[in-house]
Design a protein around this ligand. Structure first.
Ligand SMILES: Cc1cc2nc3c(=O)[nH]c(=O)nc-3n(C[C@H](O)[C@H](O)[C@H](O)COP(=O)(O)O)c2cc1C
Ligand code: SF4
Length: 418
């Protein structure tokens, strides 16, 4: 299994602008040729949906016009609690992300460039501010930093657009997509910060170089946040030919016997460890067993830990994080989470499991954004993978492992949307 260091430096030391330019060379020009190169490279988005980067860049470039010039936004909010790859990338290689943002701005003819972070005044915010100060004068379009409110859906692109347009950071129904009607009604390119960093490398080294890693179907490398019961939790850069088990080995191996693995974060799915282990993270092979890497999350649950209790807490988190605008999400997710919790506590009858399975189908696809879809996907996988444990909880109440310290983070986020 190869550990790559295209995006992340071999040593975890933050790179300043001088070292960055010395290592990568000056920033090329951008423009239509870069869009063609991104197309040839087959770069897809790393924010979760895997949308082809060139298609989005081309759409925004075509819509930018005098009086309504494009806006480019680097989405570094990283609101998924099990993900930490974006903040790691920004902390170690801020200039690669900022290069990508500049190239995007030049290529789509933007006159506004924004880096969207969860906080501006923490150490990451200070690193980014220092990086911006170092490159002052070198950038064609000055970059502003904007902050997302601490809510799960605030990183979603239409919530981001609302926030940057002076409204609460709540998602809205699409279409219109941001490239048609974005920040202040202008065509807006929203890319995850990792996508932008890959673009900056492709601009310098070309599509053939990019394709030398990964597979013909899924070229390039990906940053994966590996957590849970592993030797060294952290961010690992691998090609799409890497297997789930191989990535866990890179992270020092599983601690104890792994029982299940969560792939794709809280909008992802649990999978029995034995089933997931040999599968490559190429989207097509993950899809074959109903999985998706999402924004690049792998979390390992060891035998002896309670998948029901872990899922219970994550579902409560996802229910709290509904933006409260759409009935099926606002009402359905808390009902789903409450019933799951009652099952976990042994306070329900077996019929509750059928009710949960039915609600999963009824809630799915009925929100303005993908929040309820992601939450119900996660719930469905918990019902399937932990079916035996759930029945045991119903019969006997919470197991001894339920009281162990949580493995999966479920932060209590601040209320409010502004
Ligand atoms: C609830 C929700 C939260 C999201 N949070 C983030 C986030 O924190 N960062 C991010 O880059 N994308 C996030 N996304 C995905 C964005 O909406 C969007 O697809 C992405 O930023 C596009 O960039 P990409 O094409 O480079 O992947 C989220 C999506 C959803 C549905
Ligand atoms: S589906 Fe849920 S999170 Fe998405 S906009 Fe509607 S209420 Fe908000």
């Amino acid at each position: 299994m190869t550990l790559h260091s295209r995006l992340l430096p071999p040593m975890p030391v933050a790179e300043d602008y001088r070292a960055h330019v010395a290592g990568f060379g000056p920033l090329p020009g951008g423009g239509p040729a870069l869009i063609a190169e991104l197309d040839r490279a087959g770069l897809t988005g790393h924010g979760g949906a895997g949308f082809p980067a060139a298609v989005k860049w081309r759409a925004v470039a075509a819509r930018s016009k005098p009086g309504s010039r494009a806006v480019v936004v680097g989405d570094g909010a990283e609101t998924e609690p099990a993900s930490f790859k974006d903040r790691t990338l920004l902390a170690l290689r801020p200039h690669l992300v900022l290069d990508g943002l500049q190239l995007a701005a030049r290529t789509v003819d933007a006159d506004r460039a924004v880096l969207y972070l969860s906080r501006a005044n923490d150490s990451l915010g200070r690193t980014v501010a220092a990086a911006l100060a170092e490159r002052r004068g070198a950038d064609t379009v000055p970059v502003e930093v904007a902050t997302a409110p601490p809510r799960y859906v605030a990183g979603e692109e239409t919530a981001l657009v609302s926030r940057l347009s002076g409204r609460p950071a709540r998602p809205r129904t699409v279409p219109p997509r941001p490239y048609d009607d974005g920040v202040d009604g202008r065509p807006t390119l929203v890319n995850n910060v990792e996508t932008l960093a890959h673009s900056a490398l492709i601009a310098r080294r070309g599509a053939a170089w990019f394709r030398a890693a990964g597979t013909p179907e899924a070229p390039g490398t990906v940053l994966v946040s590996v957590s849970g019961a592993v030797g060294v939790a952290g961010v690992y850069e691998v090609g799409y030919d890497a297997t789930v088990g191989g990535i866990v080995e890179l992270a020092g191996g599983a601690l104890g016997t792994p029982s299940a693995v969560l792939i794709g974060g809280y909008f992802g799915r649990w999978c029995a460890a034995g089933r997931a282990w040999p599968v490559t993270i190429e989207p097509r092979s993950l899809r074959r067993i109903g999985l998706s890497l999402g924004a690049g999350v792998i979390a390992v649950l060891p035998a002896g830990r309670c998948g029901v209790a872990e899922s219970d807490r994550v579902l409560a988190f996802l229910a709290r994080e509904s933006a409260g605008q759409c009935g099926p999400c606002h009402v359905g997710l808390p009902a789903l989470a409450a019933t799951f919790h009652a099952v976990a506590q042994g306070d329900e009858r077996p019929a509750a499991l059928d009710r949960l399975a039915r609600w999963v189908l009824e809630i799915r696809g009925r929100g303005a954004c993908r929040h309820p879809d992601g939450a119900t996907l996660f719930a469905a996988s918990a019902l399937e993978v932990f079916a035996d444990e759930l029945r045991r909880h119903l019969r006997l109440g919470p197991c001894a492992a339920s009281s162990a310290a949580p493995l999966m983070p479920t932060p209590v986020l601040a209320p409010g949307w502004r």
